[in-house]
Design a protein around this ligand. Structure first.
Ligand SMILES: NC(=O)c1ccc[n+]([C@@H]2O[C@H](COP(=O)([O-])OP(=O)(O)OC[C@H]3O[C@@H](n4cnc5c(N)ncnc54)[C@H](O)[C@@H]3O)[C@@H](O)[C@H]2O)c1
Length: 323
């Protein structure tokens, strides 16, 4: 059985939907940002908190858990700057409780949701996993701390793990049942689509004077279904002992500027956006694009869905729920 912590959230719920096709799954989620409706009915759902050791012990006693996928975290960069305690408590301390309980019950396979934020402001065209990690906010630092913990646990306790550093997850499930449903929403594509649905009066673009072809920032967008497929491959690699430890970037390898994303949203939806151009935000790197060559070579993973696929699937989802 696979324990998915944070499986009611955006990315976790998409992975669970794929995972239940082949494996029994138990989800632990406190529903702080996730949704009960998003958890596939074939999975067992436990409403509880990752930091609560008694809940974890009950789950490890009750279910024959072979591996853990860990999506649960607070992940708002701005909030992490004003409330770092929340981030170190929920992202770091609670994860330590999970790892401690896993070691106690001899569960030694772990997949961790990390982030491009561990790189900070890298000065390269394509970010590879060996680029220096230099996070510039508590959110990124909280994720990097766990990466360090995992490496130490691997040396000392034979933990086997795969760290997946996601770039910008986007898009929705092809069934139309689940998609990105964050409150508050801070991600570009849902913000644009909500604006095009009439739920926001404009879309703000922060900075038009970056050293990029159209002056707006460039980011790497990856379809959540491509992300889910990477988790399934990583799980197989761990369960088959093909991999002991690995850290992979997950992106499309293709960067799109904010302006290009808005243009694509207009094309897919046939609607015109009202754009407000404003000053740069502090801490926004000019360009963040992943090289995912390592996971392609080692696990045979490839992002197969385009920006247009991402936006079309997200539009179906947002238009159906009107938000
Ligand atoms: N969305 C992205 O583009 C992106 C990019 C890079 C990394 N990530 C990472 O991927 C993971 C998933 O992101 P998401 O966008 O799906 O976020 P999300 O907020 O939708 O999902 C997180 C889930 O974890 C649950 N949770 C949080 N704290 C918990 C706790 N203490 N106990 C139990 N459950 C708890 C929430 O209720 C939610 O269901 C996060 O760790 C995030 O940092 C996301």
């Amino acid at each position: 059985m696979i324990l998915v912590v944070g499986g009611a959230g955006y990315i976790g719920s998409h992975v669970v939907k794929q995972l239940v096709e082949t494996k029994p799954v138990v989800v632990l989620d406190n529903l702080s940002t996730g949704h009960r409706y998003a958890v596939d009915k074939r999975a067992v759902f436990v409403h509880g908190d990752l930091g609560d050791r008694a809940t974890l012990v009950r789950m490890f006693e009750k279910y024959p858990i072979d591996a853990v996928m860990h999506f649960a975290a607070n992940s708002l960069v701005g909030e992490s700057v004003v409330e770092p305690m929340k981030y170190y408590k929920n992202n770091v301390a609670a994860t330590l409780t999970l790892l401690e309980t896993m070691m106690e019950y001899g569960v030694k396979r772990f997949i961790f949701s990390s982030t491009a934020a561990v790189y900070g402001i890298p000065n390269v065209d394509l970010i590879t996993e060996d680029c220096p990690t230099n996070p510039i906010n508590p959110y990124g630092r909280s994720k990097l701390m766990i990466e360090h913990m995992l490496s130490d646990f691997a040396s000392a306790y034979d933990l086997r793990y795969v760290v997946l550093r996601y770039f910008n997850a986007a898009g929705a499930h092809e069934s139309g049942d689940i998609g990105e449903d964050h409150h508050p929403e801070t991600h570009l594509i849902p913000l644009i689509l909500q604006h095009l649905l009439g739920l926001r009066d404009k879309i703000s673009v922060f900075g038009t004077d970056y050293d990029t072809p159209d002056g707006t920032c460039i980011r790497d967008y990856i379809h959540v279904t491509d992300l889910a497929e990477a988790h399934i491959l990583a799980l197989h690699a761990l369960l088959s002992d093909e991999k002991k430890t690995a850290t992979y970037n997950l992106g499309n390898g293709l960067g799109y500027s904010v302006k290009e994303v808005i243009d694509m949203c207009e094309r897919v939806t046939g609607k015109k956006a009202t754009i407000e151009y404003t000053a740069r935000r502090p801490g926004d790197p000019e360009r963040l694009v992943a090289s995912s060559e390592n996971i392609a070579r080692e696990l045979g993973w490839q992002a197969t869905r385009s920006l247009e696929d991402i936006i079309a699937s997200a539009w179906r989802w947002h238009a159906s729920k009107r938000g």
